[in-house]
Design a protein around this ligand. Sequence first.
Ligand code: SF4
Ligand code: SF4
Length: 359
Amino acid sequence: MSALLYQEAARVIGICNSCRYCEGYCAMFPAMERRIDFAREDLDYLANLCHQCGACYAACQYAPPHQFAVNVPRVLAQVRLVSYESYAWPRFFAAAFRRHPALIALTLAASLTFFFALGIAWRSDGFFLAHVGEGSFYAIFPHNFLVTLFGLSFVFACVALAVGAWRFWREIERPDERVASGATLAALKDAAALTYLEGGGDGCPESSTAPTQARRVFHHLTFYGFMFCLASTSVASIYHYALGRIAPYAWSSVPVLLGVIGGVGLVSGPIGLLWLRKVKPAALYDPAQNSLDVGFTSLLLITGLTGLLLLGARASAWMPSLLALHLGPVLALFLLLPYGKFVHGIYRTLALVKYRRGY
Ligand code: SF4
Ligand code: SF4
């Protein structure tokens, strides 16, 4: 099955390599031009340079109904998905990528049940409408319990992501590859700025062939929203452990301000990305890869939304329920990070490092 897919990808990329019309659109085309053969590891590398912006599909004179049936974004999306599965750790969880929406629903249901059941059991004086004072999260779930649970989940996610990234890099890096000075920094800048979502300068074609920067903006909101939320949690930990300042923190405090900015990004970005997916031509997407993207984006949206709701109502009697409603998605997100769209960011950055080295 995957042998046929790689054969098809090599055929499509082979046509592009003769045509080269799209070479200014993104890093994938110049990297392709440095090769004449397309082995599996080459295609894994090229596929992870693609953002699926659709610019080359909109411009392609060989796209269906032409008999060459060239659809670069779709075939590279299919290869990307197989690459995620191939390098996943533990191998047993590779199947999770293709069952992502079902797995999200299951993990979310299990983690919500876990927090609600625990809350009800621990707060025998009444969990659902217990008003325990502004932001007294730790009266519902003790701080040490939360740190241990989320710390362990986070460490597991980091280890799984690191092993997958190392396997991917070992496969795509050539033994004779030279380390170019500044390549890693340039690649990190490209990844952080989403340089290749510019579609050659004007943006990506969305509902029509007219390019816009909408996808880049929504992607930035999502990614930086996530990073601001992480920063908020990290600063709160420094407050707690290093400065001895115990939550709740004021609205004007650094952790809350970072959390609000992150939450707004984590709600507006995914809404925009899900909307763009609706208006973009369906031909660009592979159903399995589409489910993976939509599932992960929806989980981010739920996490951001419940986080903002919790913050807004932290002084109300709804706080314990909203806390459980927020912790459930956060735990599901941590556990599923290595088996969802998040890996794209890591593989893509590694592919950009190779690209910036000149290979
Ligand atoms: S996508 Fe089409 S137009 Fe662009 S390089 Fe490939 S074959 Fe040529
Ligand atoms: S990033 Fe865009 S232009 Fe480049 S290969 Fe992918 S879909 Fe085509």
